[in-house]
Write a protein that binds this ligand. Sequence first.
Ligand code: SF4
Ligand code: FES
Length: 247
Amino acid sequence: MANRQLTFSIFRYNPHTPEIKPRMQEYRLEELPGMTMFVALNKIREEQDPTLMFDFVCRAAICGSCAMLINGKPRLACKTLAKDLPARITMFPLPVFKLIGDLSVDTGTWFRHMSLKTEAWVHSNKQFDPAKPEDRMDNETALKIYEAERCIECGCCIAGCATANIREDFLGAAGINRIARFMVDPRDERTGEQYFEIMGTEEGAFGCVGLMACDDNCPMQLPLQMQLAFVRRKMAAVGWKYKPQAV
Ligand code: SF4
Ligand code: FES
């Protein structure tokens, strides 16, 4: 049986040449066995159009840089197989993030802002003593931290999120997952009130409207709604008693 002919309709726009308006451009390719969208895009760039912009680093669903909207869904190009898609494939850059050009967006600035806002480091006043043996952590806690740390910062949860698409200050599922990671870490000495200042707002855990697109779209299958429920419960418990500082 002959291989399928695929038609790619790809968003094109370069912010450095604003006189050329955004448009869709079509390319045709023969489907190859095991072809991923990453392979298809590289073939298009090598054989048909060297000006096409898109990102990748690892090709193995590790670096998070190849996320884009494929047939309307945020997905990793290197993990999405042509055989799972119809013969006509549309590609857009992820919304929410700043467009670099065509399918390439700047997720780094967003994730840096989120990391600074959530103060994504262990807060401890303990003095480091190199002569002391390491503190042990129980396996269950270590696994919870490891689970949250599996986020590859691809941005799929943010791009598919209704709140993040209308509120640019929303920390989204990735931010909530990040703060959950520190809340379970016994080395982090932050109080409930300190976490509430970051997450007890509409920018944080209370901005989610519960459509659960983050859970559907995360390529790492992180339990994002569970993390949201965990952070919300903690914030609700603190919020009964705590009066947030006036801004
Ligand atoms: Fe990507 Fe999942 Fe991390 Fe969101 S939580 S950035 S979808 S890996
Ligand atoms: Fe790294 Fe796709 S190229 S996740």
